[in-house]
Design a protein around this ligand. Sequence first.
Ligand code: CU
Length: 148
Amino acid sequence: MISLRLKLTVTGWIFCLLFLGVFLAGCGAGGGGDEDKAPSGAMKGTVVKTIRVKETEFELKPAEITLDKPGTYVFKAANPGDTVHALEVEGEGIEEETEEIEPGQSAELKVKLKAGTYELYCPVDGHAEKGMEGKLTVKEGSGGSDGY
Ligand SMILES: [Cu+2]
């Protein structure tokens, strides 16, 4: 009888320790997960989306782009046309452009966008006037999920 009781006690202790171990591990993992989801960290480096823009003579495709939330985006401008183009994003205090893109080439432009409206155009002389311009709209984002 005594030895059985001792056994039970030892088993009880083992369960206690196991439980404690699982509990602590669970806590650690949970904390890490929350950190990954922290909006400030995610907003800085992570690219939300890559948007492809085709540039030809003389238009941008698509000419109107709407993004669901602020963040860092990459514009991938492809030039399947016959002449050199480039892509510029301007508005809300930013003005960023790609280098010149030779026919058949493409270039990437990484920009951090806040909510608002921007112009999208080809900065090569006269191209915007000929039709290589578009509009970019960035929405506020759905409440709460992105931490605003
Ligand atoms: Cu152009």
